[in-house]
Write a protein that binds this ligand. Sequence first.
Ligand SMILES: [Zn+2]
Length: 249
Amino acid sequence: MNDDQLLRYSRHILLPEIGVEGQEAILGARVLLIGAGGLGSPAAMYLAAAGVGTLVLADGDTVDLTNLQRQILHSADGVGRMKVESGRETLHRLNPLARVETLAVRLEGTALDEEVGAADVVLDCCDNFATRHAVNRACVKHRKPLVSGAAIRFDGQVSVFDLRHDDSPCYHCLFPEGESVEEVRCAVMGVFAPLVGIIGATQAAEALKLIAGCGRSLDGRLLLLDGLDMEWRSVSLGRDPGCAVCGGR
Ligand SMILES: [Zn+2]
C-alpha cells in the first residue's frame, strides 16, 4: 500500500481483525455482483469504498425513474442509461482506486460460469429465482462463497453459502428449484426503500469478512428481517444430502 492507501483505509487498518494484512486481501480481491439494483447499490458502494480491488458489476437493465426511490447507485441523470454504466461512474467518484468491470447483460451460461470461476466472492443481488439458481449452480461448481440477499415489501433475508466447505448448504438446499414458490418482484409488489440498504450493506459486510478472513460468517444461518417490527430472526441451515445441486459434492 502507498501512503494514499494507508490513509484512505486507515480506519480498517486500525481494526485488529482486519489490519494491514486484511486490507491487502481486500485490495487484491475480485468480487462479482449479480445485479446493480436495490441490493447491489449499497453492496457495491461499500465494497468500492472499502477498497475491493476489482468489482465486476453485471446487470442487463437500464435505470428507470421508479428505481431511484431505493437504488442509490443511480441518480436522476442516469435514467435511461445502462445500470452498470451509471453504477461505474458513481463507484469511480467514491473511490477512483477501485477497478470496476461492467457486464451489461443478464449473466448466464458460459459467461456466468467464467465470471464465477474468476471471482473470490459472489454477491447475489438479483431479483429472480432463475438467476439465483444459475448463480448457485456456478458457485457450487467452482466452490466459491456466495452471499445471497433478497428484499421485498418490508421483508429481507440474507445468508452466506460458503461452498469452499464440504458441510455447507447451498441455496438449492434451502430453496429447491421447481418448488412452487411465488415469485414476487419489486416491479409489482413494492419495497421499502431502506430495506434494500440494510440487506445490501449486510451482504457487503459478509463479503469483506470472508475476504479478510475475520469473524464468523452467516454460513449455515439465514437472517430474516421483519422491517415493519424491525426484528431480526436467525435460522440455522443444514445441508440437504439429497440436494440435486450440491448432493454429489
Ligand atoms: Zn445444495
